[in-house]
Design a protein around this ligand. Sequence first.
Ligand SMILES: Cc1ncc(C[n+]2csc(CCOP(=O)(O)OP(=O)(O)O)c2C)c(N)n1
Ligand code: SF4
Ligand SMILES: [Mg+2]
Length: 351
Amino acid sequence: MTYLTKPKFHHPSLPTNKLGFTRRDYEASNSTLCAGCGHDSISAAIIEACFELSIEPHRVAKVSGIGCSSKTPDYFLGQSHGFNSVHGRMPSVLTGANLANRDLIYLGVSGDGDSASIGFGQFAHGMRRGINMTYIVENNGVYGLTKGQFSATADRGSKSKKGVVNTDASIDLVAIALQLGATFVARSFSGDKPQLVSLIKAAIEHRGASFIDVISPCIAFNNHVGSTKSFDYVREHNEAVNALDIMIGREAITIDYDPGHVVTVRQHDGSELRLRKLNDDYDPADRLAAQNFLARHAARGEVVTGLLYIDPEAEDLHAHLNTVPQALNSLTEADLCPGQATLDKLNAGLR
Ligand SMILES: Cc1ncc(C[n+]2csc(CCOP(=O)(O)OP(=O)(O)O)c2C)c(N)n1
Ligand code: SF4
Ligand SMILES: [Mg+2]
């Protein structure tokens, strides 16, 4: 059986958010992934983030490709829009939907195979165009769904379950996203729910291309000694540069911080993010320094996590293209047809 619905019953005293919804209202079918798969923890973090942000489920559009990771939108936000596209083609489907209707919150869910192997070109163009979306890669270094072949994010020198050593150089999607102009770039770990929930909330609030690479161990094919995407490896080599304590501005600051310990990032739309520094030298507003920092730590086998880069002045694709604010399906003939006189003038200008 590939589809199991969850019972709707829940305890009457479950906490509710500002809309009166419980966490159960953000769930969907039961997961059919392997018990312990990192991807299920990411689904739980998405549910928590949307619950805490009090998002109306019908305002979210989930778009994915193919893979165990791309199956997960079936397991969260059951009341939202969803489109399970072709392997590696999620970004273009999401771009089209976003251009047609900017009012929805776009959540792109993909895998390392889906985004760094077959869909690498699509990933790159999604990042450089500044589509207003939260793009999550559930990165396990293998093609989990097709039984554990190395993907393009597998580190050179890491070992497969059968002991084969990967000889290809790896693609670091965070480094690529930084280079191509994504305006919110983060890395997290499926085993660190508080960090992941805060990053997802901040990414949803950011207007522009938000990318989160989440190391998400595949317990069936890539969780052994010699893998650099296993739970043990990531726990031992995780270096978090900052932590988002409270993130949505508009709310009063209720925690006292040591001066100099917190960076407040004021975004274009007036929202604010508050970052607690874990590494005093790390500046998340400096794209070049972030690239350098990442490369130096990657060479030492370290996994740098946290909010790695943010451009508070970011604008999205609609601002770049100067599109109309309404959803395209709400435009009438009067909006779309410029009239005979304008057409005649246009045609005359082309003669
Ligand atoms: C065009 C095409 N090529 C190949 C496949 C076979 N295929 C299905 S999922 C997959 C890899 C999925 O890996 P990833 O995106 O990392 O997801 P995971 O299962 O690891 O979460 C492949 C190669 C396919 N479905 N379609
Ligand atoms: S094969 Fe790997 S990625 Fe797929 S569900 Fe199982 S543990 Fe998760
Ligand atoms: Mg994978």
